[in-house]
Every structure is written in C-alpha cells, then in structure tokens.
Write a protein that binds this ligand. Sequence first.
Ligand code: G3I
Length: 381
Amino acid sequence: MKLKKSLCLITAAIMTLVMMTSCGSDANRPESAIDEAAPSLCEAFKDYFKVGAAINSWDLSDENSDKYKLITKHFNTFVMENETKADHMHPQENTYNFDATDKLCEYAEKTGATVRGHCLVWHSQWPGWIFKDGSEEASADLVVERMKEHITTIVTHYKGRIDTWDVVNEVLDGGGMRFSDWLKIVGDYDGDGDKYDFIEIAFRTAREADPDARLIINDYSLETDTNKAIKMYNMCKQMMSEGVPVDGVGLQMHIGIDLDVEQARENIKILSKLKEYNPDFVIEVTELDMSCFSWGDNSTTIDFKKIEDQFNEKYCEVFEMFMDLSEEGLLDSVVFWGFNDGNSWLNGTPEGRVNHPFLIDADLNFKSAFWEVTELPAKRK
Ligand code: G3I
C-alpha cells in the first residue's frame, strides 16, 4: 500500500515537472516575430523548399523598420503583390515603371533571396490600351505584337534577377478557358483548332527572352476544383507535347480553414503527371493564405481564439503535404500572399472583414500556428 502511494506521488511529481517544462518552454518562446532568438520560418524548411512572401515596395523602404527585419528573417523568396503587374509596370504603351521591382531585386541580391515575377499576362490589372486601336478594338496581330513586346522588354530587363515568372495568370475559370480579351481577340491565332495561342506565344516569348528563367502557369482553386485541375492538366499536356516551354503549374492556394487536404493531394497528383512531358516539371505554391471564414460565410469578424486549434491543425496538415511533395521532387517553393494578418487582401473582402490568414499576427507577433508549423520538419527526422 505504502509502495503504491509512493509510486503515485512520484508519478504525480514527474507529470508536474513535464507540464512545468512544456509550459515553461511555451512561456519562454519569444512573442515578437523579429526577436533574434526566435527560429526563422524559411530556415526551418530549408531542407524542403524556399518560403516566401508577397510584399510591397514600401516594406523595403526602411532597413530599421520591424517589417523589414521580419521579412529578412523569415523569408528567402519574394514577389511583388501588385507592382510587377502591367497596370503598374506598363501603364502606357511607351511607359515602363521598373523602380519598385528593381528595388526588390536589389534587396534580394543583398540578402541572398530570390524573386518571382507576378505576372506577365492577366485579364485583370491590365491597362486598357493594349486591346485598343484608337477607338476601335485592336486586331489579333496588334495584340500579339504588343504582348510580345511587353514580355520581351520586362523579362529581358530582369534577366538573371527574376528567376521565376508567372507567365500567365488565371486563364481558366470553373468551366474552361476564361473568356478574357486575350482569348476573345487572339483566339485560334494559328488555326490549329485550339485557343491556347496567346498562352503559347507568351511562354515561347518569355523563354526566348530569358532561357534560364522558370516559367509557370498560375491559377486558383486547383487544389479544390478537380474539374479545373483536369482542365489545367489537359491544356498543359497539349501545349507541352507541342514543345511549349511550361516548367510548372502555380497553385495560388488561397485556401479556407475547411480545406479538404486529401482532395488537394489528389488534385495535385493529377497535375504532377505533367512530369511525363517535362522531367523538370514542378508545382509551386504561389499565393498561400488561409481564410478563417468557411466558404459561403459572409460575416466580417470571427473570434480567432475559438478556431485557433482548427487553424493550427489545418496549417500543419497543409505543410505536411508540402513536405511530402518536396520529398517527391515536385515542390521547392511555398510563397505566402502577404506576411502578417494586418496586411492581406482578405481583409475587407467582403467590406469590413477582419481576417487572420497568416502565421504572424497584425502586431507582428507569432501566432501559435507559427510554432506548430516550424516544428514539423524536426518532428519528421
Ligand atoms: O493603386 C491604386 C491606388 O492608386 C488607388 O487609390 C486605390 C483605390 O482603390 O487602388 C489602388 O489599387 C489597388 C491595388 O490593389 C493596389 O493596392 C486596387 O484597387 C486593388 O484592386 C488591388 O487589389 C489587388 C488585387 O490582386 C487586384 O486584383 C490586391 O492588392 C492583390 O493582393 C491581389 O492579388 C491577386 C493576385 O495578383 C492573383 N491571385 C489573386 C490575388 C488576390 O486577389
């Protein structure tokens, strides 16, 4: 009886010690994401993939600012959220604004990071002039000529500095090819029966301008919409078998807290079969964020504490999948579409919404998800 009591006391003491140690380690964790003692997100995943963020040029304007320190500590690849897009970079036929993206390239060269270019051809954030000839709609020849000039000028300017381009963005919608001005005007330009021509010309032009750059076709919902993933596969398969230089598919991954990760794995499996047509084919995650609101929920605020565990679990599941894909040689870059909860396109959509999509909060402090995610690589070893 005495022995049993002693054993119970010893067990209780050990349990208390374990709890104290783990609470202690949680309590000792730095709060601020720029704390030098804290682990770095990109360092944690260095054996798997680069970890990046979409930023804006003003994030780089002061080397002593917290944001500058934060992005330098946690990310090793970057993309401009808006300033490489045509409406900023090529607002008029003879006007190019390279300043903002040049600044990012200089920063990357200084810090050893890489840069993605987003994006060369898109239906949105495109200045109207490209599709106009005076007051008339421009001809297919004129649009193709302007598109080639646009791509050649930009890719040549960044040759050797931007190593990956989203050559075309969002050319599919749920039903098939998106009915954009590109599709409407350029259409079946070579008369071979398909309307992939503006995409094919865009990829060939980019390859010619910088043979070493990785060329990506970027789109959304590929991880949730199997039909769309199949359409992407079929389109790429046809283009790649005709020698169009598509090096990979970019999954934007604007995901929701209710993402079905098994479904995402299945859809990615479909796309990964494109390796058959290009042994260097990759998947890139290009615009990762996780909305805390379920699909169809239009409310503007949410009590994050109530969903924190679910949020953390989903982020971990998603990063486990990324590590698996990296081990299969399919994925080497994961880029967040922002870097802290305070600055995300998800805030304000719908109007007034406050979302919490990242691993770092709006005060630039770590969320518990940061710790759970950064611990994953070590747990795997
Ligand atoms: O620059 C103008 C400014 O001059 C003007 O005063 C202000 C008034 O609204 O608008 C500013 O432009 C805004 C621009 O962001 C820069 O802040 C546009 O209105 C706004 O529509 C634009 O939104 C961007 C959106 O793409 C455009 O479609 C978001 O910041 C950007 O996060 C978002 O990124 C896209 C990716 O490129 C493609 N995938 C989806 C992703 C999220 O929508």
